[in-house]
Design a protein around this ligand. Structure first.
Ligand code: FEO
Ligand code: CA
Ligand code: CA
Length: 684
């Protein structure tokens, strides 16, 4: 039965917020970002066409076609996404029957596939970690166990049957973690410390399940020498040009070079030299006391969504009650030390994580690398807030294969850019309804506007450190294009084109629609495709198009690259992206319950050839969960997927999900592997 026959089922869900999530999730993850006015009050144009067009769309696309694969790097065994760079094998049609949209409390996969749970919240990570004990949790135990709310999943092979899994622990759902949780001033200080220990990330060694080539399981014996927990207390180095600046100095760290912990790490990426980039997103919500911060600091705090008036403690997790650095009335610069891309070496358990200030301070969703034609490293990044921006960093120095020491310096000097996009259709043809302009597609050209290098600021009135710490304000001044919540951004290993998930924007008015963000309001989101000039990740101009405008394909405001919409699945709130070896785009969602009345899912869509736009659903996640990860191994035999916050909207006393353990268990965010039962490649 075609998927279209099932996709119209909509189920009433209570308590949904603007972005399609429950109110509890909004508070716990984003600090109610969608319930506040968007913090970008700059007068930057919604229409990107106020500056001189730099490149015709047609020219850019033509350039992309001839340069495909030019940035191939070929580092087998490292950074699989990049190692694929030469392998564009066209896009054979994906041969599986799409999973039907549903509201089951389960992970569902296509017929012929199976899945297993690799690791769950609370499972032991370190050798001396105790087994999970829901009623006997301690902060000490949690700091050695798998953290909460898995988001980004990275994988580095050790050899054919072994590998290291990196997983972000974005945030905590205290109401699901603790029976009788009341929060705020009443929260048990030990529970606050447990929550802090459940943030951060985990590195665990995994191995192939014997006899099942695509299934992986946790290594639970031996030394497990690589296993590591990173928490909200792990010492990290502030690296790059802003390190040591007054903006980063505190009483506890007068030199401004070391910070404890990372917060709200959402998506991420891997580098060609085998490290993990893990990205601090909604860090603002962990701070209180903004009303008591110095007046001169308040505008910058507010631009990051930190409350600077009223009762800044209400509804907060109140980390400040166990660690006063989270109180900005006492330590006003502490918030400047969060909001970075953090680099971690999974192969070196003693590596001190580096917050790379050169990559700017925003609500970093993810960070994806690609080498330039001259082998410097480019990092693509999105700032996930309504009306915020897309960024790119390009290093000064070239990547040197095998030189770990040299490559550890690459992200500390270079140029930070922000994206400015122009449509190629008359503005009056973009009316906010999603109706295609007369040239048949949303598209245009763009410019990477430089903000600073390691030595020089290109924004009037800003020092280099100010650009890197108050990046949003610098980008406002540079006239960046306001986007619909840039989530994950990933270059295709097959073509080099770069894809960005713009998840939704409830606040965009019809009159604020522009060609790169063509709907107002934008309930379901869309995908942006960027083709760098000469297909060079180091270029400063690009062409762009919109290959997917999400929603119910029966609605006229959706667009699937012109593919027959009676043969595609519905999709809403695109979030994390990855690619298979053929260059097909995999899209996981965060908001289909609110957008479509069905569980979140992992979809896949060819972006080249005659099947471009044929979107199918590969997996769905349990009730209340968003579909994080995803990651496809280099042999294309495994999809790692991380259902985050299953049971969102429920409580420990009244769980709405019992995944993955079933019975009357509390839900536990977990990572699964999905494989073909006959050992075939995914989708083949
Ligand atoms: Fe944590 Fe932008 O999703
Ligand atoms: Ca995300
Ligand atoms: Ca998200």
């Amino acid at each position: 039965m075609p998927q279209s026959a099932h996709r119209r089922r909509t189920l009433p869900l209570v308590g949904q917020a603007g972005g399609g999530r429950s109110r509890a999730t909004c508070r716990l993850r984003c600090g109610d970002a969608c319930f506040h006015e968007a913090p970008n009050t700059s007068d930057n144009a919604y229409f990107g066409d106020i500056f001189t067009a730099v490149l015709s769309r047609r020219g850019a696309l033509r350039a992309g076609a001839v340069g495909a694969g030019a940035a191939a790097v070929g580092m087998s065994g490292l950074a699989p996404a990049l190692a694929h760079d030469k392998k564009g094998k066209g896009n054979p049609r994906l041969k599986f029957r799409g999973v039907e949209a549903n509201t089951k409390d389960a992970v569902t996969v296509p017929r012929g596939y199976d899945h297993n749970v690799i690791i769950r919240w609370g499972d032991p990570v370190l050798l001396d970690a105790p087994e999970f004990d829901f009623t006997g949790q301690t902060a000490d135990a949690q700091a050695k166990q798998f953290g909460y709310n898995c988001d980004y999943v990275g994988f580095q092979p050790l050899h054919h049957d072994r590998g290291l899994l990196w997983v972000n622990h974005e945030y905590t759902n205290e109401e699901l973690m603790f029976a009788g949780y009341t929060g705020g001033n009443d929260a048990d200080p030990e529970q606050i410390k447990i929550a802090m220990a459940a943030h951060g990330g985990s590195i665990v060694e995994i191995k192939r399940v014997e006899g099942r080539s695509g299934a992986w399981e946790l290594v639970t014996y031996g030394k497990r020498a690589y296993n590591r927990r990173i928490t909200a207390d792990t010492p990290m180095k502030l690296a790059g040009p802003a390190a040591g600046d007054d903006l980063l100095r505190t009483d506890a760290d007068p030199d401004g070079v070391e910070v404890l912990g990372m917060l709200n790490n959402c998506a991420g990426g891997m580098t060609p030299w085998g490290t993990i980039l893990t990205c601090e997103e909604n860090f603002n919500q962990y701070f209180v006391g903004g009303e008591g911060a110095p007046e001169a600091a308040k505008a910058a705090l507010a631009r990051y969504g930190i409350a600077t008036s009223g009762d800044t403690r209400a509804g907060n997790r109140r980390f400040d009650r166990v660690d006063e650095r989270f109180d900005l009335s006492r330590h006003p610069t502490e918030a400047n030390r969060f909001g970075y891309v953090v680099e971690i070496d999974p192969f070196d358990p003693r590596y001190k994580p580096r917050k790379r200030t050169m990559l700017g301070r925003i609500k970093h969703e993810g960070a994806a690398t690609r080498l330039t034609r001259d082998r410097r490293v480019a990092v693509y990044m999105g700032d996930d807030e309504r009306f915020d921006y897309i960024y790119k960093f390009v290093s000064d120095k070239k990547y040197r294969k095998g030189s770990r020491r040299h490559n550890d310096t690459l992200l500390d000097s270079g140029t930070l850019y922000v994206a400015k996009l122009t449509g190629d259709s008359p503005a009056e043809e973009i009316d906010g309804s999603g109706t295609l302009p007369s040239d048949g597609a949303f598209g245009g050209s763009g410019e990477w506007v430089p903000l600073c290098s390691a030595r020089e600021s290109f924004v009037d009135g800003f020092t280099v450190a100010e650009v890197l710490v108050h990046t949003r304000l610098a980008a406002d001044k540079a006239g960046a294009t306001k986007m619909d919540r840039p989530e994950d951004i990933e270059p295709s290993p097959a073509t080099g084109k770069v894809y960005c998930a713009l998840t939704n924007n409830s606040a965009r008015e019809p009159g604020q629609a522009d060609e790169p963000n063509p709907r107002g309001p934008n309930k379901h989101g869309h995908i942006l495709e960027i083709t760098e000039e000469r297909n060079d990740a180091g270029a400063t101009t690009f062409g762009w198009s919109v290959p997917l405008v999400c929603g119910d394909p029966e609605d006229p405001d959706t667009y699937y690259s012109g593919f027959d919409k009676s043969k595609v699945a519905a999709v809403s709130a695109p979030d994390n992206l990855c690619f298979d070896e053929h260059g097909n785009l995999w899209i996981s969602t965060d908001g289909q319950p609110g957008g479509l009345g069905v569980n979140d899912a992992l979809h896949v869509m060819p972006v080249e050839g005659k099947y471009r736009g044929e979107l199918k659903t590969f997996a769905t996640v349990p009730k209340g969960a968003e579909a994080c990860g995803p990651f496809i191994t280099e042999d294309n035999k495994t999809v790692f997927l991380a259902p985050q916050h299953p049971g969102d909207g429920g409580t420990a006393e009244e769980p709405t999900s019992h995944w993955p353990d079933g019975g009357d268990s509390v839900p536990r965010p977990s990572v699964v592997s999905i494989w073909h039962t006959k050992g075939r490649k995914i989708g083949s």
